[in-house]
Design a protein around this ligand. Structure first.
Ligand SMILES: *[C@@H]1O[C@H](CO)[C@@H](O)[C@H](O)[C@H]1NC(C)=O
Ligand SMILES: *[C@@H]1O[C@H](CO)[C@@H](O)[C@H](O)[C@H]1NC(C)=O
Ligand SMILES: *[C@@H]1O[C@H](CO)[C@@H](O)[C@H](O)[C@H]1NC(C)=O
Length: 361
């Protein structure tokens, strides 16, 4: 009795398997026959607009280059549409990557792409599933190098907005329409961390284009990237503040200690210049002035001013001294000392004003 039941089960199971096999064979025969033309879009015979729903998973996001004005992302691009011709009576069908060439697929392209490829190791990274009602999901793994117009006036406290445009190449809006998936159209790999930026926001929008040849459907997502400037604070802002403060030490050194004041003044000026040239390798090569350049130049002015102040004080003191006779020298020198100290005070007051101004900056 038990053996009988087992045989029955096996037979039933095999029958079921055979049935499915036949259905799959019938389906594949249908799409390989002349009845299915992949050159014709699904809604053509009924005069309907084909609606393609897009969503993507960002596998990695990185290599943002300011000098080349581009960024690189690696994504799973998923497109989903309905093709009535592909209805079947199986629950769900997963087809191999070959069928990307056999079925009709939307003619998607990335408008701001510079270079892109579909990964092909070991086989082309494509996935096609067809559900019972003929809804096709087409997923590909693509790496894209995209152009992004960057404005670096506020560098290094800048925020960049980098778009990604998905557009149809051949079908106008009367034939094909792209939509973002309603919920979570772009998912992000949480393990992915950008080295220089932080991804703050993603905006989804319609960028349908009016060309002379017609209107072509286009959707876009815009990534808002905020630069992480902690590195620049430690590496540039704090050191240059310290250099300027060191240049002020010379105000406390006696104005007769000429070698000490000259070496301190020159050293701070030279260090500031070295700092500025060292920065060139790390800041983007743009022809306009960025905030960091302004900061550096202001610091250079402060260090130079401290040095010039000493030269003026020195000039005033010894210039007056030379005109006096030797008899009156002692008294005169005391007086000029007084003059120079008042001068010193005035200049010092002016410096304090400048310092306050720099704080406001
Ligand atoms: C699915 O099965 C139903 C009946 O079971 C049949 O009428 C229909 O034609 C089948 N559809 C396809 C696409 O084979
Ligand atoms: C985009 O805008 C066009 C008109 O400019 C409109 O016809 C189309 O439906 C819009 N697409 C989406 C996805 O909203
Ligand atoms: C394209 O769309 C604009 C409105 O957005 C419309 O005025 C124009 O007629 C359309 N052109 C074509 C060729 O459909």
């Amino acid at each position: 009795m038990r053996i009988n039941l087992l045989t029955l089960f096996v037979i039933f199971h095999c029958n079921n398997g055979n049935q499915n096999d036949n259905k799959v064979k019938e389906f594949l025969k249908r799409i390989n026959s002349e009845n299915y033309q992949n050159g014709i879009r699904p809604g053509f015979s009924k005069g309907e607009i084909d609606k393609v729903e897009m969503n993507m998973y960002i596998n990695s996001f990185g290599s943002i280059s300011e000098s080349l004005m581009e960024y690189t992302i690696s994504i799973f691009m998923r497109q989903s549409w309905r093709d009535e011709r592909l209805r079947h009576n199986l629950t769900k069908l997963t087809l191999s990557y070959h069928y990307g060439d056999i079925l009709w697929v939307p003619d998607l392209f990335f408008r701001n792409e510079k270079k892109a490829y579909v990964h092909r190791v070991i086989h082309p990274n494509k996935l096609i599933t067809v559900s019972e009602d003929g809804r096709v999901t087409y997923s590909q793994r693509i790496t894209l190098k995209l152009s992004c117009n960057m404005i670096l006036l506020k560098f290094p406290v800048d925020t960049q907005v980098c778009p990604l445009y998905l557009e149809s190449f051949g079908y106008t809006t009367e034939e094909l329409m792209f939509y973002w998936k309603k919920k979570n159209p772009v998912q992000l790999n949480i393990e992915n961390e950008l080295p220089k930026y932080e991804l703050k926001d993603m905006i989804f929008d319609n960028c349908t284009q009016n060309y002379l040849t017609g209107n072509f459907t286009c959707i876009k997502t815009v990534f808002t990237l905020e630069r992480q400037y902690d590195f620049y604070i430690i590496q540039f802002y704090l050191p240059s503040i310290l250099i300027v403060m060191i240049s002020w030490i010379s105000f406390w050194i006696d104005n007769e200690a000429i070698p000490a004041r000259i070496s301190l003044g020159l050293l701070t000026v030279l260090t500031q210049i070295t700092q500025m040239s060292g920065l060139k390798n790390l800041s983007p090569a743009v022809s306009y002035v960025t905030t960091l350049d302004v900061w550096n130049f202001a610091c250079l002015i402060f260090t130079c001013a401290a040095f010039i102040e000493f030269s003026i004080v020195n000039g005033v003191k010894y210039g007056v001294k030379d005109d006096k006779t030797t008899i009156e020298e002692k008294e005169q020198s005391r007086e000029t000392d007084g003059v120079s100290t008042t001068m010193n005070h005035q200049i010092r007051r002016r410096h304090i004003k400048m310092k306050k101004f720099s704080c406001k900056m």
